[in-house]
Ligand binder design. Structure first.
Ligand SMILES: NC(=O)c1ccc[n+]([C@@H]2O[C@H](COP(=O)([O-])OP(=O)(O)OC[C@H]3O[C@@H](n4cnc5c(N)ncnc54)[C@H](OP(=O)(O)O)[C@@H]3O)[C@@H](O)[C@H]2O)c1
Length: 272
């Protein structure tokens, strides 16, 4: 049999029960990786693993609530015991909250909930695997982040703050341990049609990347190990934010209001 690009690699992938993670699990396995699928919903994980095994791949499932410290620590112990070599960790599990700051004044728990899964759970898992990565002399950490950390976007303060924190942790990981074989990739996804984006009704009318196409971004991250995967729009926004942050922030505000109003009109029309 012809050798494939991820043969003999073991990839731990969180958020593998749906959306981008589930699609990426199938694609990484098709390239030869052994995939360790992590999320809470056992049946969904089992279904992704069954697809992979039917196609001749190797998949292990771990039904774990990553915000539960005891469950997350037990997961790390189990991964280390079951897999003599772990090459890649993809921190992809997350939750999103779309809410104006004015409606969040008595909802600090929104910020705690997003930090718990999007930031702290990813940090805990990464810290659990770092000793193994150092022992092996290699390890690659990928994080699923957003185009919206590259741009000043309203309404997602809890979600985006947690993603920005994870990006910063990942940058530190690279800065500190890059010389010891640890590499990192931040993936800045644009909007993707999944359960997550489906929570906001007006987004039905928004053109989005499919989960299948978005999974290709994660595959590119794992195979090529670039420092980041971004859209052109994201890269240009970062340059504009560095050069003229005030102008860009002020310019985006009315743009977003207009976009939301237009999407709302489109959804209403489609229901008539
Ligand atoms: N969709 C978009 O427009 C978009 C845009 C930019 C970035 N992203 C990022 O892309 C990644 C994948 O999101 P998606 O769009 O594919 O959404 P999704 O289908 O909702 O996937 C989220 C995944 O996270 C898992 N998860 C959530 N809470 C968990 C917990 N406490 N413990 C363990 N697993 C947990 C979910 O599994 P269980 O419910 O089974 O636990 C699910 O597998 C996320 O990091 C997201 O922030 C998405």
């Amino acid at each position: 049999m012809r050798s494939r690009r991820l043969d003999r690699r073991t990839v731990v992938l969180t958020g593998a029960s749906s959306g981008i993670g589930a699609e990426a699990a199938r694609k990484l396995s098709a390239l030869g990786a052994t995939v360790c699928l992590v999320a809470r919903r056992e049946d969904e994980l089992a279904s992704v693993a069954a697809d992979i095994r039917r196609a001749g791949g190797d998949a292990y499932t771990y039904a774990v609530d990553l915000t539960d410290a005891a469950q997350a620590d037990a997961l790390v112990a189990q991964l280390l015991a079951e897999h003599p070599r772990i090459d890649v960790l993809v921190n992809n599990a997350a939750r999103s909250i779309r809410r104006p700051i004015t409606e969040s004044v008595d909802r600090v728990h929104d910020y705690q909930r997003t930090m718990a899964i999007n930031y702290l759970a990813a940090v805990r898992l990464t810290l659990g695997l770092v000793p193994r990565f150092l022992e092996q002399g290699h390890g690659h950490v990928v994080i699923s982040s957003s185009l919206s950390t590259q741009l000043p976007i309203p309404l997602f303060s809890a979600y985006l703050a947690s993603k920005a924190a994870l990006e910063s942790f990942t940058r530190s990981l690279s800065a500190e341990l890059g010389g010891q074989g640890i590499s990192t990739t931040t993936v800045h996804f644009p909007m993707v049609r999944t359960e997550m984006s489906g929570g906001t009704h007006i987004y039905q009318a928004m053109p989005m990347l499919s989960a299948d196409k978005a999974a290709d971004w994660l595959v590119r991250a794992v195979v090529d190990r670039p420092t980041r995967v971004t859209s052109l729009q994201g890269a240009v926004s970062e340059i504009a934010m560095a050069a003229v942050p005030g102008v860009l922030t002020a310019g985006m505000r009315p743009l977003f209001r207009q976009m939301d109003a237009m999407l709302d009109r489109k959804v209403r029309r489609s229901r008539q």
